[in-house]
Write a protein that binds this ligand. Structure first.
Ligand code: WQD
Length: 319
């Protein structure tokens, strides 16, 4: 298989690139290196362009033809909720414009398999402990909206010209499959906690009065290597003629509270820190975990790593 991976130099994308390389697939990476790191992609060819730029479609068509690409995995996007609220037009221009250019190029180059990075942010604030793909999506920020619109664009291309698409809705991704591919951004709970510890500070806990097991928010933390493996399962699924579903949750099905994450961090690091208990952060759903029935039954994928594996691997990568 010859696979074009947009955002392949990023944290999640580079894990998928490595798995593809390990199984012998040919990989070409398209990345603007705004957050990506070239060293992460090994021997893969890098095409350094901004997907949302005017010339992107032409370059993509040429790249797909030159490398005889048969499938695309699309990671390249902006992904910070707060930033999306502050700069919504930029998020729409990058995430929607980039995907429009990519789909246009795929149609022209006759590449009709796509795995699309979607997000649990498409759900908004669902009032159920385990979210199934069937519930109504009501994203509450521009980031989540761009992901939901992206799913619609994939569906429209399927109807219009026969694209085979799979949308993977990621829950809370963390950990590292290889130390050098670890998340270098300090934007989510696990890297934020480690950054606080390294600075000799107490990690903050946003909200202790939620209706959860211990009052703190519950999330479904999925190991980045499990998530990466789900992409390969999705790619293989697209090869089948009978594909009853196009959207899959990717999580473990198990929620962990913020205090449970911190307890594991104490165990892993041996650092006996205090938590800095804070008021609730705006816009946090109390509890969000994936119903993983569909991906297990349809793709035969389920997570094989737990919270300990996630925290151990993230800590090993920075120690
Ligand atoms: C996790 C939990 C915080 C920092 C976001 C996006 C979502 C998805 C994943 C991509 C929450 C708590 C955090 C801290 C804390 N992204 N927390 N102290 O908000 O669940 O999801 O990232 O698709 O779309 O919204 O992730 O890592 O920010 O927070 O107590 O210093 O940790 O309140 O309960 P979130 P997060």
């Amino acid at each position: 298989m010859s696979v074009l991976v947009t955002g392949g130099a990023g944290y999640i994308g580079s894990h998928v690139v490595r798995l593809l390389q390990n199984r012998g697939d040919k990989v070409v990476v398209v990345d603007n290196l705004s957050n990506g790191i070239q060293d992460r992609i090994g021997a893969a060819t890098l095409v350094q362009i901004d997907l949302a730029s005017e010339t992107a479609t032409k370059t993509l068509v040429e790249t797909m033809r030159a490398h005889e690409v048969t499938a695309v995995i699309h990671f390249a996007a902006l992904k910070q909720v707060g930033e999306s609220v502050a700069r919504p037009e930029w998020y729409f221009q990058q995430n929607i414009g980039g995907l429009a250019n990519l789909l246009t190029a795929m149609h022209e180059a006759q590449v009709n398999r796509l795995v699309f990075s979607s997000s649990a942010a498409t759900y908004g604030m669902p009032d159920v402990p385990a979210v199934s793909e069937e519930i109504l999506c009501e994203p509450i920020n521009p980031y989540g909206q761009t992901k939901l619109i992206g799913e619609w664009m994939v569906a429209n291309a399927a109807t219009a010209w026969g694209l085979r698409g799979a949308n993977l809705r990621y829950f809370n991704v963390a950990g590292a499959g290889w130390p050098e591919l670890a998340d270098t951004a300090v934007a989510n709970l696990v890297p934020i906690v480690f950054a606080a510890l390294r600075a000799g500070k107490s990690p903050k806990v946003f909200g202790t009065d939620y209706p959860t097991v211990d009052g703190t928010c519950v999330r479904d933390y999925v190991h980045v290597l499990d998530l990466a493996e789900a992409h390969l399962s999705a790619l293989d699924y697209l090869e089948q003629d009978n594909r009853p579903h196009s959207t899959f949750n990717v999580g473990t099905g198990q929620g962990s509270s913020v205090l449970e994450v911190l307890a594991q961090v104490r165990l892993t690091t041996g650092i006996n820190f205090e938590a800095d208990l804070q008021p609730r952060r705006a816009g946090d759903p109390p509890s969000l975990a994936a119903d993983v029935t569909r991906i297990r039954e349809t793709l035969g994928w389920s997570a094989s790593r737990n919270l300990k594996d996630i925290i151990d691997s993230a800590w090993a990568a920075i120690s």
